[in-house]
Write a protein that binds this ligand. Sequence first.
Ligand SMILES: N[C@@H](CCC(=O)N[C@@H](CS)C(=O)NCC(=O)O)C(=O)O
Length: 212
Amino acid sequence: MIIFYDCTTAPSPRQVRMFIAEKGLTNSIKNIEVNLRDAEQLSPEFKNINPYCTVPVLETETGERFFSTAGCCRYLEDAYPNPPLMGVDKEEKAMVADMQWRMEIDGFLAVGESLRNSAPGLKNRALTGPDNYEQIPELADRGRERVKRFFTVVNKILDDRTYIAGKNFSIADITAFCTISFADRLKFEIPEEATNLRRWLENINSRPSTLV
Ligand SMILES: N[C@@H](CCC(=O)N[C@@H](CS)C(=O)NCC(=O)O)C(=O)O
């Protein structure tokens, strides 16, 4: 059985959880919760599973492990091609990869930059991983600015399309959705005038995979 190391409060494993749900695999994959609030990711036991000390982790039936959202989802897409969530033809596959990268860099990393450089509970944990890094308050300010711009960028991308990478729902929507929901939890405000973004958010929010 495939094993998925998850954390229900964190945005990266949520992406894989949603991906698994969209594939209809929720009950076929063993889920193990890793408690990040208690720093379980830094325990010697978890370091043996993932030396990078992060979730998600996906372990295949042959014991191979993948340590990033992109790697976990790539494996699942090829092992369970239907429904496709990473594009079908070569143009769509490249567009999905492009957009997923953009959502990750401009969105996910911006939210992380702002949170990790300011939250009292993340003192000395400004970056994930086995090594400690001090918070830099200026980076928190920059992160906040970047998140605001991200909302505008996504709103623009959605000017002429239903989904982030075009006409089909894909992993790019999952990455954007988990990032924006997390930003919302952190009290970032989506601008009133970002009407495309609001329409898209309502659409994605209606998918059962957002509830897992
Ligand atoms: N871009 C990586 C990021 C993984 C990541 O940052 N995971 C966070 C949870 S969202 C984590 O494990 N944090 C552990 C920590 O804060 O020490 C991915 O998508 O896999």
